[in-house]
Design a binder for this molecule. Structure first.
Ligand code: WT7
Length: 630
C-alpha cells in the first residue's frame, strides 16, 4: 500500500488518488484476501443516491481480520484486555485464540437459528467477548447492531425493533468504575416490547443475580462449550451488509446507518495504517466504546485487519483515580493512543501529578476524535502526554463515513492545533456556500460536503432510503452533506467549526435535539420543550432545555431532577440536560417553527445580541426567556 513518508509524497499520492480514483482504490484493495475478485471498482450516483464498491467481489472480513494472520501471527497478541479493576489481571488473546473464540460464537449463533442476513443486537460491556460477538456475526454473515451499554431500555427497544433483531448478546452486568450496571435487567425490560427477539445469550461478568427466562435465556459459557472452535467463513458479497449502527438524527428516531463488507474493510484498514502510521509490533489503544463507530473501526476492524495488537479497556478514566489512562499506558507500554477531547479536558482539570507519576515514554503517536479539540486542550495533550515528541492526529469523520476522512498523517503532515488539516488521499471534500456553490480558494468558511464517494460511505439508513437521501444528498445537489461547518485557511488546512444542524455533540457523542425533547415531553408535567447546545467547559457542548409546563412548577428543583431522570430512563444518562429553564412560551415564527437561533444565543449567555426577532409570532416571549436565563 502506498503510504506517504513526506508531505510532498502526500501531495503526489493525493493528486493521483483523485485523478485515477479507481486505480488508487483497486491497488489498496488488492492487498486483502478475496474469495473472488471484484468485477468493477466503483459504481455510483449521488443523485439517486447509490454507491457500490468492488461489485462482484466476494470476501469475509473475519478472514482478513484473523485467518490471513495465521499461522504467522498465531501467538501474537490480537487483543490486550485491561479490566475495570486495576487489581484484576489483564488478559492477552492471541490471533489463534481469537480465531477459536470467534468460530465458537459463530457456531453458537448458528445453533440458535441465526442465519446470514439476520440481525443480532450486541449490548455488552468493554470485554473481549464484545469483539468476538461482532466478528462471530460477521463470520456467518449475520448483521450486528451494537448498542452502547450506557443506553437505557427505551433506546434499546427502538434499536432492536427498527431492525427486528432476532437475538441479543448481553451480560449479567457491567463494571464502570465503582459502579455496577444491571445490563440484563435493562435487556429484560426492553425485550418485553421487542417481539422479534427469540433468544438472549448472557455472558457472566459481574456475577450479579439475574432473571433468566427458561426457553429464551441462555448462558454464554454453557452455549460456547457445546460448539466447535472452527467455522467456515460465509462467502459475502462486497456490498452485503456488515453491520447497522444507530446515530442520532436532527429529527425523529435514530438512524440505522448501514455499512457493507468490502468497502468498509478496505477503508478501515487503509485509514488505520495511514493516519497512525502503524508499524508491526506496536500497541494501539483507542479509548472509545465499541458501541460507537470509533470502536467498530479502530478497536476492532481496522487494527485487527492490520494484524496489530488492540487494547480494549473496560474501565473509566477517573477511577480509581484521575491517572487511570496514564497508568494503563505505562503498564502496557502503549505506543499509539487515540482518545476524545472531552476526556482530555476532564483529565486536564486534575492535578498534573496524576500524569507525572507515570512513565509515558512508550507513546509515539496521539490521536483525537469526536469533536473539535480546542487549542488549550491540544497544547496540554501535546506537552504533558506527548512530551512534545508525539504528533497529534486530529481526525475528522462520522458514523456515516465509517472511517477517518480529514486528518494529519502522523510524522508527515505539519500540525496546526485545532485543525483536522488535510483530506486523506482518496477523499474529496468541498466547502459549500449558502447558495449551494463550491467555494474555491483558501481563507473561506462554509459547509463541509464530499464530492466523490469513498469505500466506507454508509450505503443507506436501514429501512428508510428516502431519509438517507433527504438527510445527506438533498442539501447540495450531487454531493454528500456532512452537517458540519468548516473553514479552509490560507494554507489550505481544514478546521471543523461544529454542527450546523440540530445535532449537538456532548462529550463527543452525537445527540439529536428532537430525541431529547421527546424524552423530556414524556414527563407528565411537561407540555412542550426545546433543546439547544451551549458551550460546556468539559463536555464541549452541554444540553440546555427550555421547558413549558402545564402548570407553573411549585418546586422547580425537584421537577428539574425528575425531568433529568425521565431522560436518563428513556435515552440514557448521557442525554440528561445540564440546564433546564422553565418558560411560558417559546420563540416561534408565524408558521410555528421554533427559532433555535435565539434559544442558542440565550443558552450561550449572549443576551444582548439576539439578532432579528421581527418574524416572531410573539416577541414578548423572548424578554421573558432572557430574564429567566442562567
Ligand atoms: C460528528 C460525527 C468520528 C467518530 C466519532 C463521532 C464531530 C468528529 C471531529 C473532529 C471536529 C469532529 C463532527 C461530526 N467530529 N470528529 N476531529 N473535529 N469535529 O461520530 O457520533 O457520528 O459524530 O462529530 O461534528 O459531524 P459521530
Amino acid at each position: 500500500m502506498k503510504t506517504p513518508h513526506s508531505i510532498s509524497e502526500y501531495h503526489d499520492i493525493y493528486r493521483e488518488s483523485i485523478t485515477h480514483p479507481e486505480k488508487f482504490w483497486a491497488e489498496i484493495a488488492d492487498s486483502f484476501r478475496w474469495k473472488k475478485k471484484w468485477d468493477k471498482v466503483l459504481e455510483w450516483d449521488f443523485n439517486k443516491p447509490e454507491v457500490k464498491w468492488f461489485t462482484g467481489g466476494k470476501l469475509n472480513i473475519t478472514e482478513n481480520c484473523i485467518d490471513r494472520h495465521l499461522p504467522d501471527k498465531a501467538n501474537h497478541t490480537a487483543i490486550l484486555w485491561e479490566p475495570n479493576d486495576p487489581n484484576t489481571p489483564a488478559r492477552k488473546i492471541t490471533y489463534k485464540e481469537l480465531h477459536e473464540q470467534v468460530c465458537r460464537v459463530a457456531n453458537m449463533l448458528k445453533a440458535h437459528g441465526v442465519k446470514k442476513g439476520d440481525r443480532v443486537c450486541i449490548y455488552l460491556p468493554m470485554v473481549p467477548e464484545a469483539a468476538y460477538a461482532m466478528l462471530g456475526c460477521a463470520r456467518i454473515g449475520a448483521i450486528h447492531s451494537v448498542v452502547f451499554a450506557g443506553f437505557s431500555s427505551g433506546s434499546l427497544i427502538d434499536r432492536i425493533n427498527d431492525s427486528h433483531c432476532k437475538l441479543v448478546l448481553t451480560a449479567d452486568g457491567a463494571f464502570r468504575g465503582d459502579k455496577k450496571i444491571d445490563l440484563k435487567g435493562i435487556v429484560n425490560n426492553a425485550v418485553e416490547k421487542c417481539p422479534s427477539v427469540e433468544k438472549i445469550i448472557v455472558l457472566e461478568r459481574t456475577k450479579t443475580p439475574v432473571d433468566m427466562k427458561p426457553g429464551r435465556d441462555l448462558w454464554w459459557h454453557d452455549e460456547m462449550a457445546k460448539v466447535s472452535d472452527t467455522c467456515a467463513a460465509e462467502e459475502m458479497d462486497a456490498e452485503d451488509m456488515l453491520f447497522i449502527l444507530y446515530t442520532s438524527g436532527s429529527t425523529g428516531k435514530p438512524k440505522g446507518m448501514v455499512h457493507t463488507c468490502g468497502g468498509y474493510m478496505v477503508y478501515c484498514d487503509y485509514t488505520f495504517r495511514t493516519v497512525f502510521q502503524y508499524k508491526p509490533g506496536q500497541l494501539f489503544w483507542c479509548t472509545a466504546d465499541v458501541g460507537w463507530i470509533t470502536g467498530h473501526s479502530y478497536i476492532v476492524y481496522g487494527p485487527l485487519s492490520a494484524g496489530a495488537t488492540t487494547l480494549i479497556f473496560e474501565g473509566v478514566p477517573s477511577w480509581p483515580d484521575m491517572g487511570r489512562f496514564w497508568h494503563v499506558i505505562e503498564k502496557h507500554q502503549v505506543n499509539i493512543f487515540y482518545t476524545a477531547p472531552t476526556a482530555i479536558r476532564s483529565l486536564q482539570t486534575a492535578s498534573i501529578d496524576f500524569v507525572n507519576k507515570h512513565d509515558l515514554s512508550s507513546l509515539q503517536v496521539l490521536g483525537s476524535v469526536g469533536e473539535p479539540i480546542n487549542e488549550e486542550a491540544w497544547h496540554w495533550y501535546d506537552k504533558n502526554i506527548g512530551k512534545e515528541k508525539c504528533p497529534i492526529v486530529d481526525t475528522w469523520w462520522q458514523t456515516e463515513t465509517g472511517g477517518i476522512m480529514i486528518s494529519p498523517i502522523a510524522h508527515v503532515t505539519k500540525l496546526k492545533p485545532a485543525f483536522a488539516t488535510l483530506p486523506l488521499p482518496g477523499v474529496q471534500p468541498a466547502i459549500m456556500d449558502e447558495h449551494g456553490n463550491i467555494m474555491t480558494g483558501n481563507g473561506i468558511e462554509g459547509r463541509l460536503a464530499m464530492q466523490f464517494p469513498w469505500p466506507s460511505i454508509a450505503r443507506t439508513i436501514y429501512g428508510d432510503h428516502q431519509r438517507y437521501k433527504d438527510t445527506y444528498f438533498s442539501t447540495f445537489r450531487g454531493k454528500y452533506f456532512s452537517g458540519d461547518g468548516c473553514k479552509r485557511d490560507e494554507d489550505g488546512y481544514y478546521r471543523i467549526t461544529g454542527r450546523v444542524d440540530d445535532i449537538i455533540i456532548v462529550s463527543g457523542h452525537n445527540m439529536g435535539t428532537a430525541e431529547i425533547e421527546s424524552a423530556i415531553n414524556e414527563h407528565s408535567a411537561v407540555a412542550e420543550s426545546a433543546v439547544v447546545g451551549f458551550p460546556h467547559h468539559l463536555k464541549g457542548q452541554g444540553i440546555y432545555a427550555f421547558v413549558i409546563c402545564y402548570e407553573k412548577p411549585r418546586e422547580e428543583e425537584k421537577l428539574r431532577n425528575e425531568i433529568k431522570e425521565t431522560v436518563a430512563k428513556i435515552i440514557g444518562p448521557i442525554a440528561k440536560p445540564d440546564k433546564i429553564q422553565f418558560v411560558n412560551g417559546l420563540p416561534k415564527t408565524r408558521s410555528g417553527k421554533i427559532m433555535r437561533r435565539i434559544l442558542r444565543k440565550v443558552a450561550e449567555g449572549e443576551l444582548s445580541n439576539l439578532g432579528d426577532t421581527t418574524t416572531l409570532l410573539d416577541p414578548n416571549v423572548v424578554e421573558e426567556i432572557k430574564k429567566g436565563a442562567h
